[in-house]
Design a protein around this ligand. Structure first.
Ligand SMILES: Cc1cc2nc3c(=O)[nH]c(=O)nc-3n(C[C@H](O)[C@H](O)[C@H](O)COP(=O)(O)O)c2cc1C
Length: 236
């Protein structure tokens, strides 16, 4: 049996051919089609409000909006100050007096206009913050709701206190979680073109001099928006 026959019999037995055809026509129908607009959301998982992770994500969102200002709206959600208890995913109850702010965040992410989600986190010991992990764990609820985030564009941004402090490792960890949702994970677009946005807090909570890092943030925002426009929403 040649390779083409093998492929055809695989598609016949799995029904994958029909599914692929439907998906491709859905994408074609969306491409270039005027729509009511899409939304790109960035989630800052730093416990410190307005600091470097939030600032870097704002740069991302500005670049995203610039792709099609008439079609794209953006929102920065800061988890700082919110209570996102991670242990609930293990079936444990809230502690007495403990608040759970995740439902408010989840409601924003559930907006059918949301076509892209950028998760930003500070680097803590070469990985994401505990707030970020708790947030991603709680997002499991979308997966349980028939993969509700499927085909949304997903991306990651990390800010570290040193140039090579684990930003890429951190991004990879976040991306792995996003992939569990059938999200379409992208990196920073050309010309930097790597894994996501990697920023350096050069001291005093300042990223304004990190020209390379800010470029990756802009290229990430732009890339998320470009792919989101291409996919549209409601493709899943
Ligand atoms: C507990 C802790 C661990 C950290 N670990 C790292 C690290 O492994 N690599 C790194 O580059 N920076 C590390 N940092 C520095 C932060 O990533 C950096 O200050 C970042 O800009 C903080 O983000 P924020 O300004 O949004 O809070 C660490 C900071 C803290 C508090």
């Amino acid at each position: 049996m040649n390779a083409d026959q093998t492929r055809r019999s695989f598609l016949r037995t799995t029904g994958a051919g029909a599914a692929a055809a439907v998906a491709v026509s859905a994408l074609n129908a969306k491409a270039g089609e005027p729509s009511g607009g899409i939304k790109i959301v960035a989630v800052s998982c730093s416990p410190r409000k307005g600091k470097t992770t939030a600032q870097a994500l704002s740069t991302c969102l500005e670049a995203a909006e610039a792709v099609a200002p008439d079609r794209i709206e953006t929102e920065l959600i800061e988890l700082a100050g919110l209570s996102i208890p991670g242990h609930l995913v293990a079936g444990l109850p809230l502690a007495p007096g403990e608040k759970d702010d995740f439902p408010t965040v989840a409601e924003k992410l559930s907006d059918p206009k949301v076509a892209g989600i950028i998760v930003g986190t500070p680097v803590y010991f070469a990985n994401m913050s505990s707030l970020c992990k708790a947030f991603l764990d709680r997002c499991g609820v979308f997966r349980m709701r028939k993969f509700a985030l499927a085909n949304r564009v997903g991306a990651a941004l990390a800010v570290g206190g040193v140039r090579n402090g684990g930003q890429e490792l951190t991004i990879q960890s976040v991306q792995a979680a996003l992939m569990c949702h059938e999200m379409v994970v992208v990196g920073d677009g050309r010309p930097t073109g790597h894994f996501g946005a990697t920023l350096w807090n050069m001291g005093n909570d300042d990223i304004s001099q990190d020209e390379f890092g800010l470029t990756t943030a802009m290229n990430l925002g732009r890339r998320v928006a470009e792919v989101a426009v291409l996919l549209g929403t409601g493709v899943s």
